[in-house]
Design a protein around this ligand. Structure first.
Ligand code: SAM
Length: 280
């Protein structure tokens, strides 16, 4: 098999065309074919950079069917690039089935680094970035959205969601109800674009700003939520207590508290103190 033949995963700008990398342009010029989520949308970007490579559509509805056809092109010695409408392909965008199929078929998949709304927003949010979980879009139905947030309520990691402007008020409202009015959130809107805005504070305050200013309900949004944390006046998450109890069945409290603290990103002293007080 020709090792120089590959499927390239190429991120494109999320708003500011200056973020297109020179390597991205080089690869898009060199491959035989560019698979795009929307050929008309990407056509504008490609012509802006003078890229004349042929394009083909690869979207959620035809991805599985197209994957074998793309493998056939690779087998014929044609390198292919995958791009999405904006940002990094596969991140809340098509491409997972294709990459998986191409790898299983034994061909190279070469990723280029580049713009991704979640990572770009997180880097400037001021929220802890040592541990985070990317959750894509919250469900549109209220009950499913509340259930999803409930499942994440005690997660100690920073939570990152993509959000649409017409649902942002609903999502913030559900967050107030499920996570509590004081949970710290950061809403990053129109990142890298003219009206880039970061709103930061307790979720009830961010909701009030969004509800009273229609401009905050426009454009593209990344919503980030501070993970659950234990403070002196707050309880230790049930999930961490359960871990501690299990570990205590096999280990001395001190060791169990240290391991449980590491697993859940908590302070070991808080867990140790809890263990002593609860006679674990
Ligand atoms: N693959 C893309 C990436 O790497 O970020 C994300 C694609 S997803 C279909 C589109 C969502 O990403 C938008 O609805 C919004 O939540 C978020 N997004 C994209 N561009 C953004 C921007 N410039 N500012 C804020 N959020 C953005």
């Amino acid at each position: 098999m020709d090792q120089s033949v590959a499927l390239y995963i190429v991120p494109t700008p999320i708003g500011n065309l200056g973020d297109m990398s020179s390597r991205a342009i080089e690869v898009l010029n060199q491959v035989s074919l560019i698979a795009c989520e929307d050929t008309r949308h990407s056509g504008k970007l490609l012509s802006h950079f003078g890229i004349t490579t042929k394009t083909t559509a690869l979207h959620d509805h035809n991805e599985r069917a197209r994957a074998q056809w793309i493998v056939d092109q690779l087998a014929a010695g044609q390198s292919i690039a995958l791009i999405s409408d904006a940002g990094t392909p596969l991140i809340s965008d098509p491409g997972y089935h294709l990459v998986s199929h191409v790898r299983q078929s034994g061909f190279n998949v070469i990723p280029l680094p580049g713009p991704c709304a979640a990572i770009t927003a997180l880097s400037a949010s001021g929220l802890p970035s040592d541990r985070f979980t990317f959750e894509g879009f919250l469900p549109s139905k209220e009950k499913a959205r509340a259930d999803k947030l409930l499942a994440l309520k005690e997660d100690p990691r920073t939570l990152i969601f993509y959000e649409s402007p017409h649902r942002i008020e609903h999502s913030l409202t559900t967050m107030v109800e499920v996570l509590g009015a004081d949970r710290h959130v950061v809403m990053a809107r129109e990142v890298t674009k003219t009206f880039e805005t970061f709103l930061s504070g307790p979720v009830s305050e961010v909701l009030a700003k969004v509800s009273t200013d229609p401009n905050q309900q426009k454009g593209e949004i990344v919503l980030m939520v501070h993970g659950h944390h234990v403070s002196d006046d707050e309880g230790i998450p049930t999930v961490a207590i359960n871990t501690l109890k299990l570990l205590c069945e096999e280990l001395p409290l001190k060791k169990a508290a240290a391991i449980a603290a590491q697993i859940h990103g908590l302070k070991k002293n808080a867990l140790y103190k809890y263990g002593l007080e609860s006679d674990l």
